[in-house]
Ligand binder design. Structure first.
Ligand code: NAP
Length: 266
């Protein structure tokens, strides 16, 4: 089994990474940074997001697992004292692979006629790059839906619905549903300007396009990555064909994780 361990970088996570690395090598497993079959992130959900972006080109072959060194995470749900058990399960191939949907974002540029494609595990957010009101025509399935005015838009995956989307009042969506959710960030609603106001959940076969009205420069975040795009003609959001694969060693149902993270950990 070829593996790699990504650490958050703090002392606790680095020490646990070193301990796991030694244990796994002693058991005959091979560290392989380039083509790991299993990627273990040690830190938090943010660390798993980084691991995903480092290995998204290998998603057909690579499964992810997260160990948390801080609080319980949605992607990082193994505790430091459980890692021996985790490593023995990896060695014995005692895991199932479960797949979660991803968000595909395609930015199309006017002048050059080019495009850039991104995959997000949590979400993409769109804002202007200078703090002014974002004004965008939102089309769903190639039909005009609304002219959005406000701070921004958040388009999240089901597993990302517990992250920024939740803070915006979006619904929590079970990751077995192949869907994306569009949530408003501080929309302007008055007698002149009108948006739907509610989060929208789109199925896999529905695509959303947002088209600039008064600017061509935007801040687009893809998970933790923040990029400025110039000369934007349109941005397309839909459920990606690719999925992230998680190695599941024991049942830890999504709604249990929601309960333990947001209600109370028993
Ligand atoms: P960060 O600002 O350092 O951390 C943001 C927090 O979001 C961390 O506590 C992180 O958990 C948690 N988180 C990440 N993915 C999650 C998920 N799927 N479900 C529940 N919580 C999750 O940023 P970061 O670590 O680089 O992560 C980037 C993410 O932060 C973005 O994708 C966005 O979803 C989230 N974010 C949230 C808000 C908000 O809630 N108001 C604002 C901005 C960004 P860990 O501590 O376990 O890493």
């Amino acid at each position: 089994m070829k593996f790699f361990i990504v650490s958050k970088g703090d002392t606790k996570s680095n020490a646990l990474k070193d301990k796991m690395m030694n244990y796994m090598v002693d058991m005959g497993m091979t560290p392989d940074e380039k083509t790991p079959e299993i990627v273990i992130s040690v830190g938090g959900d943010g660390t798993l997001l980084q691991a995903f972006h480092s290995y998204q080109h290998l998603m057909d072959h690579t499964a992810f697992v997260g160990v948390h060194t801080g609080h319980l995470g949605f992607y990082a749900d193994w505790l430091p004292h459980e890692v021996e058990r985790l490593i023995i399960s990896i060695q014995n191939d005692e895991f199932q692979v479960i797949e979660y949907p991803l968000l595909e974002t395609i930015v199309r540029y006017g002048a050059a006629g080019t495009e850039t494609r991104y995959l997000a595990l949590n979400e993409a957010t769109l804002r202007t790059n200078n703090g002014t009101t974002l004004v965008m025509d939102v089309d769903i399935r190639n039909q005009h839906f609304e002219r959005f005015r406000g701070d921004g838009l958040c388009i999240s995956t089901p597993s990302g619905s517990t992250a920024y989307n939740k803070a915006l009042g979006g619904a929590l969506i079970h990751p077995s549903l192949e869907a994306i959710q569009i949530t408003e960030i501080a929309s302007i609603n008055n007698r002149v300007f009108r948006t739907v106001g509610s989060p929208l959940v789109l199925p896999k076969h529905h695509t959303c396009h947002v088209n600039p009205v008064n600017s061509e420069i935007y801040n687009l975040t893809i998970d933790h990555i923040n990029l400025v795009h110039k000369g934007v003609k349109s941005i397309q959001f839909r459920v990606a064909d690719e999925k992230i694969r998680f190695a599941r060693f024991r049942p830890f149902p999504f709604w249990r994780r929601v309960h333990d993270s947001f209600i109370s950990a028993e």
